[in-house]
Design a protein around this ligand. Structure first.
Ligand code: ATP
Ligand code: MG
Length: 438
Protein backbone atom coordinates (compact mmCIF):
# COMPACT_ATOMS: atom_id res chain seq x y z
CA UNK A 1 0.00 0.00 0.00
CA UNK A 2 1.28 3.43 -0.94
CA UNK A 3 0.73 5.94 1.81
CA UNK A 4 0.00 8.58 -0.84
CA UNK A 5 -3.13 6.60 -1.70
CA UNK A 6 -4.10 5.47 1.82
CA UNK A 7 -6.17 6.97 4.64
CA UNK A 8 -4.03 7.23 7.74
CA UNK A 9 -5.19 10.14 9.89
CA UNK A 10 -2.26 10.53 12.33
CA UNK A 11 -2.52 13.05 15.15
CA UNK A 12 0.52 15.05 16.16
CA UNK A 13 -0.90 16.05 19.54
CA UNK A 14 -2.32 13.99 22.37
CA UNK A 15 -6.09 13.92 22.46
CA UNK A 16 -8.05 15.09 25.50
CA UNK A 17 -10.35 12.10 24.89
CA UNK A 18 -7.75 9.60 26.12
CA UNK A 19 -6.21 8.99 29.53
CA UNK A 20 -4.04 5.91 29.03
CA UNK A 21 -1.24 5.18 26.59
CA UNK A 22 -3.01 2.58 24.47
CA UNK A 23 -6.07 4.75 23.88
CA UNK A 24 -3.91 7.78 23.15
CA UNK A 25 -1.81 5.78 20.68
CA UNK A 26 -4.84 4.25 18.97
CA UNK A 27 -6.14 7.74 18.26
CA UNK A 28 -2.76 9.22 17.32
CA UNK A 29 -1.85 6.30 15.04
CA UNK A 30 -5.18 6.60 13.23
CA UNK A 31 -6.46 3.16 14.21
CA UNK A 32 -9.89 4.20 15.48
CA UNK A 33 -12.17 7.17 15.84
CA UNK A 34 -14.97 7.46 18.37
CA UNK A 35 -18.35 8.14 16.73
CA UNK A 36 -20.44 8.07 19.93
CA UNK A 37 -19.59 7.32 23.55
CA UNK A 38 -18.01 3.85 23.67
CA UNK A 39 -18.60 3.28 19.95
CA UNK A 40 -15.69 3.26 17.54
CA UNK A 41 -15.11 3.27 13.82
CA UNK A 42 -12.18 1.09 12.79
CA UNK A 43 -10.04 3.08 10.39
CA UNK A 44 -8.13 1.12 7.71
CA UNK A 45 -4.98 0.50 9.79
CA UNK A 46 -6.98 -0.47 12.89
CA UNK A 47 -9.16 -2.85 10.94
CA UNK A 48 -6.07 -4.69 9.72
CA UNK A 49 -4.98 -5.32 13.31
CA UNK A 50 -8.49 -6.38 14.34
CA UNK A 51 -8.54 -8.83 11.43
CA UNK A 52 -5.14 -10.27 12.28
CA UNK A 53 -6.16 -10.86 15.88
CA UNK A 54 -9.42 -12.37 14.68
CA UNK A 55 -7.54 -14.72 12.40
CA UNK A 56 -5.31 -16.04 15.19
CA UNK A 57 -8.34 -16.49 17.44
CA UNK A 58 -10.14 -18.42 14.69
CA UNK A 59 -7.15 -20.62 13.87
CA UNK A 60 -6.78 -21.67 17.49
CA UNK A 61 -10.52 -22.24 17.94
CA UNK A 62 -10.53 -24.39 14.81
CA UNK A 63 -7.46 -26.27 16.01
CA UNK A 64 -9.23 -27.03 19.29
CA UNK A 65 -12.11 -28.53 17.31
CA UNK A 66 -14.60 -25.67 17.66
CA UNK A 67 -16.82 -24.93 14.65
CA UNK A 68 -17.33 -21.40 13.36
CA UNK A 69 -20.76 -19.97 12.60
CA UNK A 70 -22.28 -16.50 12.71
CA UNK A 71 -25.18 -15.41 14.88
CA UNK A 72 -27.04 -12.13 14.36
CA UNK A 73 -26.37 -9.03 16.45
CA UNK A 74 -30.11 -8.40 16.96
CA UNK A 75 -31.93 -10.96 19.09
CA UNK A 76 -35.59 -11.44 19.99
CA UNK A 77 -36.47 -10.63 23.62
CA UNK A 78 -38.65 -13.74 23.77
CA UNK A 79 -35.58 -16.01 23.84
CA UNK A 80 -34.33 -14.17 26.90
CA UNK A 81 -37.75 -14.47 28.50
CA UNK A 82 -37.39 -18.25 28.14
CA UNK A 83 -34.13 -18.31 30.07
CA UNK A 84 -35.41 -15.74 32.56
CA UNK A 85 -32.58 -13.31 31.79
CA UNK A 86 -34.61 -10.60 30.03
CA UNK A 87 -35.51 -8.92 33.31
CA UNK A 88 -32.40 -10.06 35.16
CA UNK A 89 -29.88 -8.51 32.75
CA UNK A 90 -30.50 -4.88 33.68
CA UNK A 91 -29.59 -1.60 32.00
CA UNK A 92 -26.48 -2.92 30.22
CA UNK A 93 -28.85 -4.46 27.66
CA UNK A 94 -29.77 -2.24 24.73
CA UNK A 95 -33.47 -2.89 24.22
CA UNK A 96 -35.09 -2.12 20.89
CA UNK A 97 -38.69 -2.16 19.65
CA UNK A 98 -39.48 -2.76 15.99
CA UNK A 99 -42.33 -1.27 13.93
CA UNK A 100 -44.61 -4.16 14.88
CA UNK A 101 -44.02 -3.45 18.56
CA UNK A 102 -41.93 -6.57 19.01
CA UNK A 103 -39.19 -6.44 21.62
CA UNK A 104 -35.68 -6.97 20.33
CA UNK A 105 -32.24 -6.37 21.78
CA UNK A 106 -28.68 -5.90 20.59
CA UNK A 107 -26.97 -9.05 21.88
CA UNK A 108 -24.59 -8.59 24.83
CA UNK A 109 -23.81 -12.35 24.62
CA UNK A 110 -25.45 -15.30 22.87
CA UNK A 111 -26.21 -18.23 25.22
CA UNK A 112 -29.92 -17.99 24.48
CA UNK A 113 -29.49 -17.83 20.71
CA UNK A 114 -27.06 -20.75 20.52
CA UNK A 115 -29.23 -22.88 22.81
CA UNK A 116 -32.31 -22.20 20.71
CA UNK A 117 -30.39 -23.10 17.55
CA UNK A 118 -28.82 -26.27 18.94
CA UNK A 119 -32.04 -27.56 20.50
CA UNK A 120 -33.32 -27.75 16.93
CA UNK A 121 -30.11 -29.31 15.55
CA UNK A 122 -28.65 -31.69 18.12
CA UNK A 123 -31.00 -34.51 19.06
CA UNK A 124 -28.82 -37.44 20.11
CA UNK A 125 -25.81 -38.15 22.32
CA UNK A 126 -24.13 -39.30 19.11
CA UNK A 127 -24.05 -35.66 18.01
CA UNK A 128 -22.13 -34.65 21.15
CA UNK A 129 -19.74 -33.18 22.09
CA UNK A 130 -19.90 -30.03 19.97
CA UNK A 131 -18.41 -26.58 20.45
CA UNK A 132 -19.54 -23.71 18.23
CA UNK A 133 -18.17 -20.21 18.07
CA UNK A 134 -18.65 -16.92 16.35
CA UNK A 135 -16.81 -13.63 16.17
CA UNK A 136 -19.50 -10.99 16.33
CA UNK A 137 -20.17 -7.48 17.57
CA UNK A 138 -21.76 -7.21 20.97
CA UNK A 139 -23.38 -4.26 22.69
CA UNK A 140 -23.35 -3.58 26.42
CA UNK A 141 -24.51 -0.22 27.62
CA UNK A 142 -21.59 0.07 30.04
CA UNK A 143 -22.18 2.68 32.71
CA UNK A 144 -18.69 4.09 32.22
CA UNK A 145 -17.18 3.34 28.82
CA UNK A 146 -13.48 4.17 29.05
CA UNK A 147 -9.98 3.44 27.89
CA UNK A 148 -11.14 3.47 24.27
CA UNK A 149 -11.84 0.06 22.80
CA UNK A 150 -10.86 -1.66 26.06
CA UNK A 151 -14.20 -0.87 27.63
CA UNK A 152 -16.44 0.10 24.78
CA UNK A 153 -20.17 -0.26 24.45
CA UNK A 154 -20.02 -1.88 21.02
CA UNK A 155 -17.16 -4.39 20.90
CA UNK A 156 -16.04 -7.44 18.99
CA UNK A 157 -16.10 -10.72 20.90
CA UNK A 158 -15.28 -14.29 20.06
CA UNK A 159 -17.83 -16.34 21.93
CA UNK A 160 -17.85 -20.12 21.93
CA UNK A 161 -20.39 -22.49 23.44
CA UNK A 162 -19.84 -26.15 24.30
CA UNK A 163 -22.43 -28.91 24.53
CA UNK A 164 -21.67 -32.20 26.27
CA UNK A 165 -23.63 -35.18 27.49
CA UNK A 166 -22.16 -35.23 30.98
CA UNK A 167 -19.90 -33.34 33.35
CA UNK A 168 -16.78 -35.33 32.47
CA UNK A 169 -17.31 -34.38 28.86
CA UNK A 170 -17.93 -30.75 29.82
CA UNK A 171 -14.66 -30.67 31.76
CA UNK A 172 -12.82 -32.01 28.76
CA UNK A 173 -14.37 -29.35 26.48
CA UNK A 174 -13.47 -26.74 29.07
CA UNK A 175 -9.87 -27.93 29.27
CA UNK A 176 -9.51 -27.77 25.51
CA UNK A 177 -10.52 -24.12 25.58
CA UNK A 178 -8.12 -23.45 28.46
CA UNK A 179 -5.30 -24.76 26.27
CA UNK A 180 -6.63 -22.98 23.16
CA UNK A 181 -6.58 -19.69 25.06
CA UNK A 182 -2.98 -20.11 26.21
CA UNK A 183 -1.99 -20.86 22.63
CA UNK A 184 -3.99 -17.92 21.27
CA UNK A 185 -2.47 -15.31 23.56
CA UNK A 186 1.05 -16.71 23.24
CA UNK A 187 0.81 -16.40 19.45
CA UNK A 188 0.02 -12.71 19.88
CA UNK A 189 3.17 -12.28 21.95
CA UNK A 190 1.13 -11.96 25.15
CA UNK A 191 1.42 -13.65 28.49
CA UNK A 192 -2.13 -13.95 29.86
CA UNK A 193 -2.52 -15.60 33.25
CA UNK A 194 -5.53 -17.89 33.75
CA UNK A 195 -6.94 -16.85 37.12
CA UNK A 196 -9.65 -18.58 39.07
CA UNK A 197 -12.81 -16.56 38.57
CA UNK A 198 -16.27 -16.43 40.09
CA UNK A 199 -18.17 -19.51 38.90
CA UNK A 200 -21.55 -17.98 39.77
CA UNK A 201 -24.33 -19.86 41.54
CA UNK A 202 -23.28 -23.20 40.07
CA UNK A 203 -19.96 -23.21 41.95
CA UNK A 204 -17.07 -25.50 41.10
CA UNK A 205 -13.64 -24.81 39.68
CA UNK A 206 -14.45 -24.32 36.02
CA UNK A 207 -14.27 -20.56 35.58
CA UNK A 208 -11.07 -18.79 34.58
CA UNK A 209 -10.39 -15.28 33.47
CA UNK A 210 -7.30 -14.72 31.35
CA UNK A 211 -5.53 -11.63 32.61
CA UNK A 212 -2.84 -9.68 30.83
CA UNK A 213 -0.68 -7.88 33.35
CA UNK A 214 -0.75 -4.10 32.85
CA UNK A 215 -0.58 -1.20 35.28
CA UNK A 216 -3.69 0.36 33.79
CA UNK A 217 -5.73 -2.84 34.03
CA UNK A 218 -9.05 -2.82 35.84
CA UNK A 219 -8.62 -6.20 37.57
CA UNK A 220 -6.54 -7.01 40.62
CA UNK A 221 -4.82 -10.38 40.43
CA UNK A 222 -2.95 -12.46 42.96
CA UNK A 223 -0.75 -15.29 41.78
CA UNK A 224 2.09 -17.72 42.34
CA UNK A 225 5.38 -16.43 40.94
CA UNK A 226 5.39 -19.43 38.60
CA UNK A 227 2.86 -17.53 36.47
CA UNK A 228 5.22 -14.58 36.15
CA UNK A 229 8.05 -16.77 34.89
CA UNK A 230 9.47 -15.79 31.54
CA UNK A 231 9.72 -19.40 30.44
CA UNK A 232 6.32 -20.36 29.07
CA UNK A 233 4.88 -23.82 29.71
CA UNK A 234 4.96 -26.25 26.81
CA UNK A 235 1.33 -26.27 25.69
CA UNK A 236 0.16 -29.64 24.35
CA UNK A 237 -1.64 -30.12 21.05
CA UNK A 238 -5.18 -31.41 20.74
CA UNK A 239 -4.64 -34.92 19.46
CA UNK A 240 -4.27 -36.39 22.95
CA UNK A 241 -7.24 -35.71 25.23
CA UNK A 242 -5.55 -37.16 28.30
CA UNK A 243 -2.53 -34.92 27.79
CA UNK A 244 -4.83 -31.90 27.67
CA UNK A 245 -6.53 -32.84 30.94
CA UNK A 246 -3.17 -33.61 32.60
CA UNK A 247 -1.73 -30.30 31.43
CA UNK A 248 -4.62 -28.28 32.85
CA UNK A 249 -4.56 -30.21 36.12
CA UNK A 250 -0.84 -29.48 36.38
CA UNK A 251 -1.12 -25.75 35.60
CA UNK A 252 -4.08 -25.13 37.90
CA UNK A 253 -1.96 -26.32 40.84
CA UNK A 254 -0.37 -22.89 40.81
CA UNK A 255 -2.41 -20.27 42.62
CA UNK A 256 -3.89 -17.41 40.58
CA UNK A 257 -7.09 -15.62 41.50
CA UNK A 258 -9.04 -12.47 40.82
CA UNK A 259 -10.21 -10.20 43.61
CA UNK A 260 -13.51 -11.96 44.34
CA UNK A 261 -11.88 -15.40 44.44
CA UNK A 262 -8.96 -14.68 46.78
CA UNK A 263 -8.01 -17.45 49.16
CA UNK A 264 -6.15 -15.82 52.04
CA UNK A 265 -4.98 -19.15 53.47
CA UNK A 266 -3.47 -20.18 50.13
CA UNK A 267 -1.83 -16.77 49.82
CA UNK A 268 -0.33 -17.00 53.29
CA UNK A 269 1.08 -20.39 52.31
CA UNK A 270 2.81 -18.88 49.31
CA UNK A 271 4.76 -16.38 51.37
CA UNK A 272 7.44 -14.78 49.20
CA UNK A 273 6.11 -16.51 46.12
CA UNK A 274 2.90 -14.44 46.08
CA UNK A 275 2.67 -11.77 43.41
CA UNK A 276 0.10 -9.00 43.19
CA UNK A 277 -0.61 -6.99 40.06
CA UNK A 278 -3.20 -5.24 37.99
CA UNK A 279 -4.32 -6.63 34.70
CA UNK A 280 -6.67 -6.56 31.76
CA UNK A 281 -9.22 -9.34 31.31
CA UNK A 282 -8.82 -10.52 27.73
CA UNK A 283 -10.79 -13.75 27.98
CA UNK A 284 -13.13 -15.73 30.18
CA UNK A 285 -13.98 -19.43 30.11
CA UNK A 286 -16.93 -20.64 32.09
CA UNK A 287 -18.90 -23.81 32.75
CA UNK A 288 -22.54 -23.36 33.74
CA UNK A 289 -24.06 -26.82 33.53
CA UNK A 290 -27.65 -27.06 32.35
CA UNK A 291 -28.67 -23.49 33.16
CA UNK A 292 -29.80 -22.71 29.59
CA UNK A 293 -30.47 -26.20 28.23
CA UNK A 294 -32.80 -26.89 31.17
CA UNK A 295 -34.67 -23.57 31.16
CA UNK A 296 -34.97 -23.49 27.38
CA UNK A 297 -35.98 -27.11 26.93
CA UNK A 298 -32.99 -28.46 25.03
CA UNK A 299 -32.94 -32.25 25.42
CA UNK A 300 -30.93 -34.92 23.66
CA UNK A 301 -31.50 -38.64 23.60
CA UNK A 302 -28.97 -40.31 25.89
CA UNK A 303 -27.41 -43.77 25.31
CA UNK A 304 -30.11 -45.40 27.42
CA UNK A 305 -32.94 -43.74 25.53
CA UNK A 306 -33.64 -41.21 28.24
CA UNK A 307 -33.78 -37.45 27.49
CA UNK A 308 -31.04 -35.35 29.04
CA UNK A 309 -30.28 -31.63 29.09
CA UNK A 310 -26.73 -31.10 27.76
CA UNK A 311 -23.97 -29.64 29.92
CA UNK A 312 -22.80 -26.30 28.57
CA UNK A 313 -19.99 -23.83 28.88
CA UNK A 314 -19.20 -20.49 27.27
CA UNK A 315 -15.87 -19.04 26.30
CA UNK A 316 -15.27 -15.38 25.43
CA UNK A 317 -12.31 -13.45 24.05
CA UNK A 318 -12.40 -9.67 23.76
CA UNK A 319 -11.09 -9.33 20.20
CA UNK A 320 -11.41 -5.54 20.00
CA UNK A 321 -10.24 -5.12 23.62
CA UNK A 322 -7.09 -7.04 22.65
CA UNK A 323 -6.04 -4.31 20.22
CA UNK A 324 -5.82 -1.87 23.13
CA UNK A 325 -4.43 -4.47 25.51
CA UNK A 326 -1.60 -5.42 23.15
CA UNK A 327 -0.62 -1.76 22.76
CA UNK A 328 -0.76 -1.31 26.53
CA UNK A 329 1.72 -4.20 26.81
CA UNK A 330 3.89 -3.18 23.87
CA UNK A 331 4.71 0.48 23.28
CA UNK A 332 7.49 2.98 24.00
CA UNK A 333 7.85 6.76 24.08
CA UNK A 334 7.76 6.93 20.28
CA UNK A 335 4.62 4.90 19.73
CA UNK A 336 3.27 1.41 19.23
CA UNK A 337 5.58 -1.61 18.93
CA UNK A 338 3.47 -4.30 17.26
CA UNK A 339 4.31 -7.95 17.85
CA UNK A 340 4.87 -9.38 14.34
CA UNK A 341 1.87 -11.68 14.51
CA UNK A 342 -0.67 -8.87 14.76
CA UNK A 343 1.09 -5.97 13.02
CA UNK A 344 -1.10 -4.23 10.41
CA UNK A 345 1.80 -4.33 7.90
CA UNK A 346 5.00 -6.25 8.37
CA UNK A 347 7.28 -3.69 6.73
CA UNK A 348 7.18 0.08 6.33
CA UNK A 349 9.30 1.65 3.59
CA UNK A 350 10.38 5.25 4.02
CA UNK A 351 11.57 7.15 1.00
CA UNK A 352 13.43 10.04 2.63
CA UNK A 353 14.00 11.98 -0.60
CA UNK A 354 10.97 11.54 -2.81
CA UNK A 355 12.17 14.43 -4.98
CA UNK A 356 15.32 12.51 -5.92
CA UNK A 357 14.89 10.27 -8.94
CA UNK A 358 17.42 7.57 -8.05
CA UNK A 359 16.14 7.31 -4.46
CA UNK A 360 12.54 6.99 -5.62
CA UNK A 361 13.53 4.42 -8.23
CA UNK A 362 15.21 2.33 -5.50
CA UNK A 363 12.27 2.69 -3.08
CA UNK A 364 9.82 1.75 -5.83
CA UNK A 365 11.95 -1.26 -6.71
CA UNK A 366 12.10 -2.49 -3.09
CA UNK A 367 8.36 -1.93 -2.71
CA UNK A 368 7.61 -3.85 -5.91
CA UNK A 369 9.88 -6.74 -4.93
CA UNK A 370 8.49 -7.11 -1.39
CA UNK A 371 4.82 -6.85 -2.40
CA UNK A 372 5.54 -9.24 -5.27
CA UNK A 373 6.84 -11.73 -2.70
CA UNK A 374 3.59 -11.44 -0.74
CA UNK A 375 4.96 -9.26 2.06
CA UNK A 376 2.46 -6.77 3.49
CA UNK A 377 4.13 -3.38 3.04
CA UNK A 378 3.18 0.21 3.76
CA UNK A 379 5.26 2.49 1.56
CA UNK A 380 5.66 6.11 2.61
CA UNK A 381 6.14 7.53 -0.89
CA UNK A 382 4.95 11.04 -0.02
CA UNK A 383 7.05 14.08 -0.75
CA UNK A 384 7.49 15.16 2.87
CA UNK A 385 10.23 15.85 5.40
CA UNK A 386 12.18 12.82 6.55
CA UNK A 387 11.68 13.71 10.22
CA UNK A 388 7.88 13.60 10.00
CA UNK A 389 8.08 10.30 8.14
CA UNK A 390 10.32 8.70 10.76
CA UNK A 391 8.09 9.88 13.59
CA UNK A 392 4.96 8.65 11.83
CA UNK A 393 6.47 5.25 11.09
CA UNK A 394 7.64 4.84 14.69
CA UNK A 395 4.19 5.88 15.91
CA UNK A 396 2.33 3.24 13.90
CA UNK A 397 4.85 0.64 15.08
CA UNK A 398 5.37 -1.68 12.10
CA UNK A 399 7.98 -4.30 13.08
CA UNK A 400 10.42 -3.47 10.27
CA UNK A 401 11.35 -0.21 8.62
CA UNK A 402 13.23 0.04 5.36
CA UNK A 403 14.78 3.46 4.96
CA UNK A 404 15.77 4.48 1.47
CA UNK A 405 17.96 7.58 1.13
CA UNK A 406 20.28 9.07 -1.51
CA UNK A 407 23.54 8.21 0.30
CA UNK A 408 22.74 4.53 0.57
CA UNK A 409 21.36 4.41 -2.94
CA UNK A 410 24.73 5.59 -4.27
CA UNK A 411 26.26 2.47 -2.72
CA UNK A 412 23.33 0.23 -3.67
CA UNK A 413 22.06 -0.33 -0.11
CA UNK A 414 19.07 0.53 2.03
CA UNK A 415 18.75 0.60 5.81
CA UNK A 416 16.73 -1.97 7.72
CA UNK A 417 15.56 -1.00 11.20
CA UNK A 418 13.86 -3.12 13.82
CA UNK A 419 11.13 -1.12 15.56
CA UNK A 420 11.40 -3.20 18.74
CA UNK A 421 15.16 -3.02 19.27
CA UNK A 422 16.06 0.04 17.23
CA UNK A 423 18.88 -1.95 15.62
CA UNK A 424 19.84 -0.84 12.14
CA UNK A 425 21.81 -2.49 9.38
CA UNK A 426 22.67 -1.69 5.79
CA UNK A 427 21.50 -4.27 3.36
CA UNK A 428 21.22 -4.75 -0.39
CA UNK A 429 17.73 -4.93 -1.91
CA UNK A 430 18.41 -8.54 -2.88
CA UNK A 431 19.41 -9.60 0.64
CA UNK A 432 16.40 -7.72 1.99
CA UNK A 433 14.06 -9.61 -0.28
CA UNK A 434 15.63 -12.92 0.70
CA UNK A 435 15.17 -12.02 4.38
CA UNK A 436 11.45 -11.40 4.05
CA UNK A 437 10.59 -14.00 1.44
CA UNK A 438 10.74 -17.01 3.74
P1 ATP B 1 -15.56 -7.10 32.35
O1 ATP B 1 -15.45 -7.65 33.74
O2 ATP B 1 -14.28 -6.51 31.83
O3 ATP B 1 -16.75 -6.20 32.18
P2 ATP B 1 -17.08 -9.34 31.53
O4 ATP B 1 -16.86 -10.27 32.66
O5 ATP B 1 -18.32 -8.57 31.48
O6 ATP B 1 -15.82 -8.34 31.42
P3 ATP B 1 -17.45 -11.45 29.60
O7 ATP B 1 -18.92 -11.37 29.67
O8 ATP B 1 -16.75 -12.61 30.18
O9 ATP B 1 -16.82 -10.11 30.16
O10 ATP B 1 -17.01 -11.23 28.07
C1 ATP B 1 -15.94 -11.93 27.44
C2 ATP B 1 -14.81 -10.99 27.07
O11 ATP B 1 -15.27 -9.87 26.33
C3 ATP B 1 -14.11 -10.37 28.27
O12 ATP B 1 -13.13 -11.24 28.77
C4 ATP B 1 -13.50 -9.12 27.68
O13 ATP B 1 -12.24 -9.42 27.09
C5 ATP B 1 -14.47 -8.73 26.60
N1 ATP B 1 -15.33 -7.60 27.01
C6 ATP B 1 -16.31 -7.61 27.94
N2 ATP B 1 -16.87 -6.40 28.07
C7 ATP B 1 -16.22 -5.59 27.18
C8 ATP B 1 -16.34 -4.20 26.82
N3 ATP B 1 -17.26 -3.42 27.40
N4 ATP B 1 -15.52 -3.71 25.88
C9 ATP B 1 -14.60 -4.50 25.28
N5 ATP B 1 -14.45 -5.81 25.56
C10 ATP B 1 -15.23 -6.36 26.50
MG1 MG C 1 -18.67 -6.61 31.89
Amino acid sequence: MRLSKYVLPLLREDSSEAHIASHQLMLRAGLVRQTASGIYAWMPLGLKVLDRIGRIVREEQDRAGAIEMLMPTIQPADLWRESGRYDAYGPEMLRIRDRHDRDLLFGPTAEEVITSLMRGSIKSYRDLPRTLYNVQWKFRDEIRPRFGVMRGREFLMKDAYSFDLDIDGARHSYNRMYVAYLRTFARMGLHAIPTKADPGPIGGDMSHEFILLADNGESDVFFHEEWAAETRPQVPDFSDGDAIDAFVADRTRFYAATDEMRDTAAEAGLGEKLRTARGIEVGHIFYFGTKYSESMGMKVQGPDGDLVAPQMGSYGIGVSRLVGAIIEASHDENGIVWPEAVAPFRVGIINIRASDEATTAMADKVYGALTGAGVDVLYDDRDERGGAKFAGMDLIGLPWQVIVGPKGVERGVVELKSRATGEREEISPEALLARFQG
